[in-house]
Design a protein around this ligand. Structure first.
Ligand code: COA
Length: 695
């Protein structure tokens, strides 16, 4: 028997112990081990009941996701589940940790389910673009009915043990000694002469067929607008559970699973899953993080307050610094509001708010930050302003404290150089709103010490954020790609598209908002100020679209002023003839004859721009790997998760096609549309971006 599962004997009970770290995923070895262990237990006449439990942190957390999309290997999980269910001896599943996906399907095929109170069970397959494929869609509604089963599978959210017990998914919940409790249950079943209780024969959830059908119909209607096929297919399978005999229902589920698992959307979602975890693997992760208990945040604006709030919620002591009483009061007020809203939404208890607030202090004198282990400056995005703050922090902070800048564009090396301790300076680029957005770019300067980086990584983990390592360049990974993206969006508008058309094309691609809608939401002022600052150094040979400048000159700064790229009726964006006139005037001034663009060409050009800039970022060593670039876009910029990110998209598009497209677009702006320097070698060697992710 494979060692991923061992068979232990406790008198008349055979215990199958799954032991395959880190999460006991149901890869081939575990499946084979379960099948062999079950066969051995069944062949042994001395065995009267069987317990399945797991060693380590959790009952299996799912099928092995890395096997999806590859040819299946015997024994399949559905087959293993069927054999467990068909056991003539009672089978008990003992669940701890997170029994998810295939792991929970194994538990569903056992005849009794007992769990630790801290355990969670769930069917999160939908988040990977698939559906439960080992009987989950057929067994779950048999136990708990269509409405709850659909809710569980369409939301993908895990259910805590107590709730699962109340729903009927579990038979017993214990506070401790799960292995002992499972044995006792098995022995009781033997003593009572209990017959197996296959879930396939249960009808608990199907007693009210009318309610069942109504729940199916409501879910189908609710999923009508969803562009991902997974939830709709889950509805079909749950309906099939009522209409078809069990074995045919399983076949129905299998067909749907196979269709989904091979879809590009599922491939994108799998890529996102592994990319998120890979991002934490940076060379500095091996260094021990410096201990941090006290975080200082300088700047009480939206960003600073968001960071302070997030740090408080994660359990840090926080000092918020502002220059004057008024600014400080505003900053503290912002934090209080965030807390209130969390309490109102039930995300935070009133007691927690009190405890967090007690760990917060407001200061106006930098000397009071002397005790901080980590200071994050979140002041106005201007080199001199930020440099002043860093100099001040350098003067007061204790040796070994980490100095972090939240700059989004400025040169972290130059900022570090204003201090006497550049090794302690790191960029921690939060995204707004800082307590919501999951991305944190950790910007590593020339002099940054590895343990300062590791400290940033530890902070990110504690805040529940996804950290991505970036080198120093203008805009780092995320904003540098954003700049290229916006640039092409503006070329397209000047060449003949309308802002509304570009936005529509990108929403159709899957972005929550198009580039111009985003600009209007964020406000046009900051970018304008930046362009004015850089105007003197701009290369006149490069194509420059001045439409945004004209909009700002006309007082159109975006949503906050009621007009920008659009006119606003409340929050609703309306196309504005004034804007179209400004665009036409710019075209006329440059002698551009407008041409028409199909929506698909617009989104392709914008994607090619992102991927080509991403390739360049990779060639310069700014990003460690292509999947890190994808993670930045997925977690910081609303890139559609099922597309996997711009580099994953580029693999699907083709590297040769990418280079050709860049060359085809060259007449639009020869200075801009230059193939990234690494594409040729990739084409020559048949390399895809995915090949550069490992290692
Ligand atoms: N298949 C393959 N590998 C898996 C896996 C799965 N189902 N679930 C987790 N892993 C791997 C992770 O990639 C990670 O590998 P790494 O250490 O090489 O990076 C490792 O197991 C630990 O996972 P991680 O997510 O970092 O640990 P965690 O404690 O934060 O979370 C889980 C644990 C189980 C909650 C989380 O991993 C999870 O949600 N897994 C997916 C569950 C799922 O969707 N199952 C349904 C699949 S059908």
């Amino acid at each position: 028997m494979a060692e991923a599962v061992r068979l232990e004997r406790e008198d008349e009970v055979a215990v199958l112990v799954i032991d395959s770290p880190p999460v006991n995923a149901l890869g081939l070895a575990v499946r084979a081990g379960l099948a062999d262990g079950l066969a051995a237990a069944l062949a042994d006449d001395g065995v009267k009941a069987i317990v399945i439990r797991a060693e380590g942190r959790t009952f299996p957390a799912g099928a092995d996701i890395s096997e999806f999309g590859k040819p299946p290997q015997d024994p399949w999980l559905p087959e293993v589940c069927n054999r467990i269910e068909a056991s003539p001896k009672p089978v008990v599943a003992a669940v701890h940790g997170t029994a998810l996906g295939g792991g929970f399907e194994v538990a569903l095929s056992a005849h009794w389910r007992i769990a630790l109170a801290s355990a969670k069970v769930g069917l999160p397959e939908v988040t990977l673009g698939i559906l439960p494929g080992a009987g989950g869609t057929q067994r779950t509604p048999r136990l708990i009915g269509a409405e709850q089963a659909l809710d569980m599978m369409i939301s993908g959210k895990p259910v805590p043990a107590a709730k699962a017990l109340a729903m009927g998914l579990l038979d017993e919940v214990v506070d401790d000694d799960l292995p002992g409790a499972a044995l006792r249950l098995a022995r009781r079943l033997i003593a009572e002469g209990a017959a197996p209780r296959p879930t396939r024969d249960r009808r608990d959830g199907m007693r009210d067929a009318v309610a069942y059908e109504q729940a199916v119909a409501a879910a189908r209607k609710a999923q009508g607008a969803n562009r991902l096929p997974g939830p709709r297919r889950i509805v079909d399978c749950v309906e099939a559970a009522l209409l078809l005999p069990f074995d045919q229902g399983l076949h129905f589920e299998r067909t749907a699973f196979q269709e989904l698992v091979a879809s590009p959307e599922a491939a994108g979602l799998r890529h996102a899953f592994f990319s998120e975890r890979r991002a934490a693997k940076m060379p500095e992760a091996a260094s021990p993080a410096r201990p941090v208990a006290h975080v200082a945040v300088v700047g009480g604006g939206l960003m600073g307050a968001g960071i302070a709030y997030a740090c408080l919620s994660a359990g840090y002591n926080v000092s918020l610094m502002e220059r004057d009483r008024e600014g400080l009061a505003r900053g503290l007020e912002r934090i209080a509001k965030l807390q209130e809203s969390a309490v109102a939404k039930g995300r935070m208890s009133a007691a927690q708010r009190e405890a967090d607030w007690a760990r917060l202090s407001g200061v106006m004198d930098m000397a009071q930050l002397a005790g901080a282990d980590l200071a994050i400056e979140a002041v106005f995005e201007d080199f001199d302003v930020k440099a002043d703050v860093l100099r001040g922090l350098d003067a007061v902070l204790k040796p070994g404290a980490v100095l972090a800048t939240n700059t989004s564009y400025l040169d972290v090396d130059a900022l570090a150089a204003v201090t006497a301790r550049p090794a302690d300076v790191v960029g921690l680029h939060f995204f707004s709103p800082a307590h919501v957005m999951r991305l944190l770019e950790i910007v590593v300067g020339k002099a940054t010490a590895p343990d300062a980086v590791a400290t940033g990584l530890a902070l990110a983990k504690k805040l529940g954020k996804v950290a991505v390592r970036s080198g120093v360049c203008d805009g780092f990974i995320g904003n540098r790609i954003l700049t290229a993206y916006r640039q092409v969006a503006e070329f397209l508008v000047e060449d003949g598209a309308t802002p509304a058309q570009v936005d529509r094309a990108m929403r159709a691609f899957g972005m929550p908002l198009g580039p111009f809608e985003v600009s209007d939401m964020a406000g046009l002022q900051i970018a304008w100020a930046r362009r004015k600052r850089l105007a003197a150094t701009r290369d006149p040979a490069k194509r420059y679209v001045a439409v945004a400048d004209r909009l700002c000159e006309a007082g159109r700064f975006g949503q906050s002023t009621g007009k920008g790229w659009y006119r606003y009726d409340g929050r609703k964006a309306v196309e504005d003839p004034e804007v179209l006139a400004i665009i036409e005037a710019e075209r006329a001034a440059k002698g551009i004859t407008p041409r028409s663009f199909a929506d698909a060409e617009i989104s392709t050009r914008l994607m090619v721009a992102m991927a080509n800039e991403g390739a360049r970022i990779l060639a310069e060593g700014i990003a460690l790997r292509p999947s890190d670039i994808d993670v930045v876009k997925l977690f910081g910029y609303g890139f559609p998760r099922w597309e996997g990110g711009p580099m994953h998209w580029a693999d699907g598009f083709g590297i040769l096609q990418l280079k050709n497209a860049v060359q085809d677009y060259a007449e639009q702006a020869p200075d801009f549309w230059q193939p990234a320097p690494n594409l040729d070698a990739m084409i020559l060697n048949g390399t895809r971006f995915a090949d550069l992710n490992e290692g």
